[in-house]
Ligand binder design. Structure first.
Ligand SMILES: [Zn+2]
Length: 343
């Protein structure tokens, strides 16, 4: 009996403590950045450290995919993201005639997602994930980048401005309806795939005071009211909320606000979204008493590829080429001669 107890305890220790530690040590996995990434070097200004780092293009692309798209997404969605990220970078790289990052002289791109593309290092990805997640996802991301290496999206033979956003909220928009400039391949698309995205509805509340302060506008006006007091007219002047404090002046076909009047000022949908930190310009509003509610649909600027739309297409069995050609109209996915691995 005693022997059986000792054996059971020993077995438990083996199963609970020893075996996992051997397994974990046995599969110590790490992507080796410089060995596995090929192609030309890109100068990246890393905002988190304030330093410029030069790295192989595909190492940079891996870090963008890791930062910009959930690695749980389908393989074809990750491949589409890798090609979009590579194209975005090539368009800016000075060795291919691009302008570099306008915010950081000397850099091809920066890691500020509001300016260029988000990027995280392999070590940062490791920190963000559990061991098993890292093991699975780092491999998945690396394979999406390697299997599309050298591929970019072109329009009439030139790399495109490969803009993308999280979710279109049902339909993307023409570039000129969001940023004024018309780009032939950044067209509004609306298909069954967009309908399968999560809608990301969000309701954000502001008081009239908050909006006045954040936007530098006046939402109140002097109003004169006349009251009958003891048979006489008495006039009272008071600051009251405008009857129509907000008015959408123009919107895209997909419903993104282009111009909106708030109090005594006019804003573009783009700048309103920036100032108030809204998820999208696809918005409606409600004014109730002293409160204003903005209700947004989708996530991001709504131009180019929708990442959740890409995931919906991947789940429906579409390839990364189908996804990219759906969101970037009239384009091709091609091997870019400048990106052949260095000998
Ligand atoms: Zn930048």
């Amino acid at each position: 009996m005693d022997r059986a107890v000792i054996f059971s305890v020993g077995f438990c220790i083996l199963v609970v403590l020893v075996v996992p530690s051997v397994l974990v040590r046995g599969c110590d996995f790490k992507i080796e950045p410089r060995e596995q990434a090929a192609g030309p070097g890109i100068k990246v200004f890393v905002v988190a450290t304030g330093k410029m780092v030069e790295m192989p293009l595909d190492e940079y692309v891996r870090g963008v995919v890791a930062a910009e798209m959930p690695a749980s997404f389908g393989t074809e969605a990750l491949k589409a993201q890798a090609v979009a990220a590579r194209t975005f970078a090539v368009k800016r790289m000075r060795q291919f005639g691009g302008p570099g990052c306008a915010a950081h002289p000397g850099a091809d791109v920066c890691t500020d997602h509001l300016h260029c593309q988000a990027w995280i290092s392999d070590d940062e990805l490791r920190k963000r994930l559990s061991y098993l997640e890292y093991y699975a996802y780092a491999r998945k991301i690396a394979s999406a980048v390697e299997s599309t290496s050298g591929k970019i999206v072109t329009y009439q033979g030139k790399p495109i401005e490969a803009y993308y956003h999280a979710a279109s909220g049902g339909s993307t928009d023409n570039s000129e309806d969001v940023w004024r400039e018309a780009v032939p391949y950044l067209r509004a698309v609306s298909t069954e795939f967009e309908a399968r995205e999560p809608s990301f509805q969000q309701r954000v509340e502001f008081t009239i005071d908050e909006l006045e302060k954040k936007l530098g506008v006046k939402l109140r006006q002097r109003k004169v009211r006349t009251y009958k007091v003891a048979g006489k007219d008495v006039q009272v002047v008071a600051e009251e909320r405008m009857d129509r404090p907000i008015e959408v002046l123009s919107a895209s076909r997909a419903g993104r606000v282009k111009d909106i009047r708030i109090g005594d000022k006019i804003f573009s949908g783009y700048s309103l979204r920036e100032i108030l930190g809204l998820r999208s310009t696809k918005l409606t509003y409600q004014v109730v008493g002293d409160k204003v509610y903005f209700i947004t649909t989708g996530y991001g600027h709504g131009v180019g590829m929708s990442q959740y739309g890409a995931q919906a297409m991947a789940q429906a069995g579409k390839t990364y080429v189908d996804i990219l050609k759906h969101y970037y109209k009239g384009t091709e996915v091609t091997s870019f001669a400048g990106l052949a691995p260095r000998q």
